[in-house]
Design a binder for this molecule. Structure first.
Ligand code: GLC
Ligand code: MG
Length: 595
């Protein structure tokens, strides 16, 4: 499944059908059992920082490392375990850091290696872990490796995927080797005058794909991992893993064309074709196992905590689950679970789609592995905009009540919503390669607007006069300053959740049961013998309903103590509520304890 396919209409229809079939036997309960001894990442709250938009320290309107360092206390106070940083490496910024020209150094506008070391030092002092973005699929075309490859320098000639192309029998003209399309619109092949060959780029023209069939490339990228482990990072988020390998050319050296998918009529859109030959190849899975070995070996040699691999993949479950490893080998600690994004984006938010999203992960996950729950990232519309601001607490609660790790994208703890981005303001290459009529479908800038620290000038993001993207309109009310001062806010709710996660053995180690209780109401119970059970209940519908929680679980006491409630809930924390007739307003979400 491609990233782009998940955006498409046809896929919506497809998935709706799957949902209907699946829900035929729905409202069933699911039980998962967990073990008791857990490594740090198994119950971690990961927090994604998009460095360009988090905090600017030098007034240029662009976030930077010293900005992040100055806000580590905020992360500590939030109660998160580890922060993963989108790329901070030297880059011409065509894809805002995902086009790396030097994998071993820091982008000057973000700071220096010393600034990074200082960030790590401060994070260590606070007991926070730092995870970096590892971008293995491609480099920038300004990377020395690519320049050397263009010149066919010894050792670098095969670093990228080069091809002569085909000669058209009728016109006699040279054409690209295949019809493959890049993500950011148009052909995935680019002619290079100097080398007189085409190179492959699954993303922008300036992001040539590295050749993983070259042992030198494989070794080089392992060097990248070890280099940053030496700098004290706690692991990596691995970017666009499914595109690592493409199919091998046939006996005549030719690549097969992809079939027309029928999903869109737009011939420049990646969705126009299938992605059978350019994604989800079997070799990719083994490469992830090899990276895991690099991390495990590092720990064996130097000691210290385990470092983690988080994998970005929007692939179908049969493929994604292989990243975890199998009986004989360990793979990624956590292949990201994007079901709460992809399934709900296409089918709407309801008790049923929530249950389906959870089932889709837990019922496919290999035994003994750790689940994880992601609400958003820098590539998708912000959670509060996708689910509706009314449901942001319900969703933040859900990912922290469910077993395993959870992932927050910066601003989700505040209920930040998407910024308004005009064609003139958009800078994302995906949008810029389109046109003013369709760019809104492609731009990822709305979810990348500056983080909202205060209600003051430029939301406290910068002291300078400008910000690299305009601020979202709601910064005067949705910001850290205002929400910290309030008795009850999205932020205080989020903090109560992380605190509960840290203190509750039940949430860390307990069993899990969940159920669609009535049309709109979803309920989760976590339980552990000898400890209080935690119960989550949420009304995703548009009207008030009354439910009987004993229908879900007859062993529950007649009343439950309220621990945490969504922003608009009129109930009172600490009070016990009878659960035989529990009234829930639209959007109300509650976390109870049996004690
Ligand atoms: C991943 C990143 C995205 C980037 C792409 C190419 O999907 O999350 O932001 O544009 O890879 O590196
Ligand atoms: Mg700056």
């Amino acid at each position: 499944m491609t990233l782009a396919l998940l955006r498409s209409k046809a896929f919506t229809t497809l998935l709706s059908l799957v949902l209907l079939v699946d829900l035929g036997q729905a409202i069933q309960e699911t039980t998962t059992t967990a073990s008791t001894s857990k490594d740090w990442w198994e119950t971690a709250q990961f927090y994604q920082i998009y460095p360009r938009s988090f905090k600017d320290s030098d007034g240029d309107g662009i976030g930077d490392l010293n900005g992040i360092t100055s806000k580590l206390e905020y992360l500590k106070d939030l109660g998160v375990t580890a922060a993963w940083l989108s790329p901070i490496f030297t880059s011409p910024m065509v894809d805002f850091g995902y086009d790396i020209s030097d994998f071993f150094d820091i982008q000057p506008e973000y700071g220096t290696l010393d600034d990074f070391r200082n960030l790590i030092k401060k994070a260590n002092e606070l007991g926070l872990k730092i995870i970096l973005d590892f971008v293995p699929n491609h480099s920038s075309d300004e990377n020395d490796w690519f320049k050397k490859s263009v010149k066919r320098e010894k050792g670098y000639a095969d670093y990228y995927i080069w091809h002569d192309g085909k000669v058209n029998a009728t016109t006699g003209k040279r054409e690209p080797p295949s019809n493959w399309l890049q993500y950011f619109r148009g052909s995935a092949w680019q002619w290079n005058e100097e080398r007189q060959q085409y190179y492959l780029h699954q993303f922008a023209v300036q992001q040539p794909d590295l050749n993983y069939r070259s042992p030198d490339v494989v070794a080089q990228m392992k060097r990248v991992l070890r280099y940053w482990l030496n700098e004290g990072v706690a692991g990596f988020r691995c970017d666009t893993v499914p595109t690592l390998f493409e199919v091998q050319p046939d006996a005549d050296g030719q690549y097969p064309d992809e079939a027309i998918s029928g999903i869109t009529q737009d011939p420049d859109d990646r969705n126009f074709l299938t992605a059978k030959y350019v994604e989800d190849q079997p070799e990719t899975i083994d490469m992830v196992y090899q990276w895991r070995t690099v991390l495990d070996d590092y720990q064996r040699i130097y000691g210290g905590n385990s470092s983690v691999l988080l994998i970005e993949t929007y692939s179908p479950a049969w493929y994604t689950m292989q990243f975890y490893g199998n009986r004989s080998v360990n793979g990624a600690h956590l292949p990201f679970n994007f079901n709460f994004i992809s399934v709900i984006e296409k089918n709407g938010l309801s008790a049923k789609t929530v249950q389906y999203s959870i089932d889709l992960w837990l019922q496919n996950m290999p035994a003994g592995r750790t689940p994880n729950w992601v609400l958003g990232n820098h590539d998708r519309r912000r959670a509060a905009s996708r689910y509706g601001l009314k449901h942001i607490d319900a969703m933040n609660m859900l990912v922290m009540i469910l077993p395993g790790a959870s992932v927050t994208y910066q601003g989700e703890e505040l209920g930040m919503t998407d910024g308004e981005i005009s064609w003139e303001d958009t800078v994302d290459p995906w949008a810029c390669n389109s046109n003013p009529n369709i760019f809104e479908q492609y731009t990822r800038d709305p979810e990348r607007t500056p983080f909202q620290w205060t209600s003051g000038t430029n939301a406290g993001f910068t002291q300078g006069p400008t910000t690299w993207l305009p601020l979202a309109a709601d910064y005067k009310t949705i910001n850290v300053e205002t929400e910290s001062a309030a008795d009850h806010s999205h932020l205080t709710i989020y903090k109560s959740l992380t605190a509960l996660r840290r203190s509750s053995k039940t949430l860390q180690n307990g069993n899990t049961r969940y159920k669609v209780l009535s049309e709109d109401v979803f309920v989760v119970k976590r339980s552990l013998s000898g400890a209080a059970s935690i119960i989550y209940v949420s009304n995703f519908g548009s009207s008030t309903v009354t439910v009987n929680l004993t229908e879900f679980d007859k062993t529950l006491p007649a009343s439950l103590g309220l621990l945490i409630r969504s922003l608009d809930s009129k109930k009172t924390d600490g009070v016990k509520y009878a659960i035989g007739q529990l009234e829930l307003e639209s959007g109300e979400a509650l976390v109870f304890s049996t004690e």
